[in-house]
Write a protein that binds this ligand. Structure first.
Ligand code: SER
Length: 391
């Protein structure tokens, strides 16, 4: 059987929660937050639902699901430096999520996540690990033994694959303030002999987090204090590019059909040698080194191009401060990598914008409205940066 395409995976996630578990589909909110000065970019699917968690607004429906456009560059969750060098970090990514606003809680969230992964998608159970919050006395937080017990009772996970985790990994917060709570993460062990249990939460691509189930129960105030919320909520987020790599049997997110069409376009526009997926760990001699740097450049450019295309479509602008400055740095990083490792001299990122809009426009129709406007903004920014490099 052919592996599922990325767009099938996105749709199957949404269908599972809408058709099987009574959720309502809501479109992604913009990746530039509409009305939240605490955030530079939308960094998680739950951002648009913050008022429901805090109880300042009432949700019109208690269960929703979607895929959310997220940018993690600048701010609390910042993956920029890893991008290009590894197989699974991005500045722009999609987060598949399901939410309960004061409705179902831990039991359903864990049961459904396990059912979708193992029964619907057929992920090998013996490769999956789950974590739960071990508590934090300094914060006055108890261990989440309820989640640990649920993993043991409502799923058939190997009990030795259930691990406690500390506040850094298992207590999720959207920023310095805001809704938060203990979380239970699902990790996949991709080592050939399934020996990766000690690599859970060690930042190793061989054992990768794929889904985070957050049990929102507190608000972190500006005085750093945790206050219990009026109701308990669920906020889950699964990395779309990561689950696509898992289901397509690929070693890297960049080997999936989320990225291969973009690489083909980069090659068409720059005339660079074909992308072969090398990593720094493959570098053995001088020849290899330049091939490795070429592949890092492909990954950097593909990732940054997506961030710029989505952010500018959602009305952000490169500039000298805040969010705009993050975008400017991202564009400049892409231009530098292109120049140094793919031999580009002229503006090229702007030429890649319309193909990305075309490729992702079915899932995100806003990209198709005016890709030329986005391309022109990128072109102007690129042109003036290249002038400074040429001086
Ligand atoms: N908010 C959580 C995260 O971003 C789960 O969606 O990981």
């Amino acid at each position: 059987m052919n592996p599922r395409s990325a767009s099938q995976i996105r749709q199957e996630f949404i269908d599972y929660f809408v058709k099987k578990c009574g959720h309502v589909f809501v479109p992604s909110s913009p990746c530039v937050p509409v009305d939240d000065p605490t955030l530079m970019f939308t960094n998680a699917g739950m951002n648009q639902f913050k008022p429901y968690f805090l109880g300042t607004e009432k949700a019109t429906t208690p269960r929703v699901a979607n895929t959310q456009k997220c940018i993690r560059a600048g701010g609390k969750h910042n993956d920029l430096d890893d991008v290009g060098h590894d197989t699974y970090h991005h500045t722009f990514f999609e987060m598949l999520g399901n939410w309960s606003f004061g409705d179902y809680f831990k039991k359903e969230a864990i049961t459904w996540a396990w059912d979708l992964l193992t029964n619907v998608w057929g992920v090998d159970k013996t490769r999956l690990h789950a974590t739960y919050f071990q508590g934090d006395p300094a914060e006055g937080l108890e261990p989440d033994s309820e989640a640990a017990e649920l993993w043991r009772t409502v799923t058939d996970i190997n009990p030795s694959h259930i691990h406690p985790g500390n506040k850094k990994d298992n207590f999720w917060e959207m920023g310095d303030t805001g809704p938060c709570g203990p979380c239970s993460e699902i990790h996949i062990d991709l080592t050939p002999d399934k020996s990766g249990r000690d690599l859970v939460n060690k930042g190793d691509a061989r054992v990768m987090e794929i889904w985070n189930l957050v049990f929102i129960q507190f608000n972190r105030g500006s005085d750093s204090k945790l206050t219990p919320l009026p109701a308990k909520h669920v906020d889950t987020g699964m990395g779309f590019e990561r689950i696509t790599a898992v289901l397509q049997g690929k070693k890297s997110n960049y080997d999936t059909d989320v990225f291969t069409p973009i690489f083909a376009t980069i090659q068409g526009v720059t005339g660079a040698p074909t992308y072969t997926g090398l990593l720094e760990s493959d570098s053995q001699n001088q020849t290899d080194r330049s091939a490795v740097m070429k592949d890092i450049a492909y990954r950097v450019i593909a990732d940054h191009l997506r961030t710029l295309t989505f952010a500018i479509t959602d009305r952000a602008m490169p500039s000298n401060e805040g969010r705009g400055y993050v975008l400017r740095r991202i564009l400049r990083r892409a231009v530098r990598y292109g120049r140094q490792y793919l031999g580009t001299r002229e503006p090229f990122v702007c030429k890649l914008v319309p193909p990305v809009a075309e490729c992702m426009g079915a899932a995100f129709p806003e990209l198709k409205k005016n890709p030329q406007r986005v391309a022109e903004i990128v072109r102007d920014e690129e042109t003036s940066f290249i002038k400074t490099l040429d001086r």
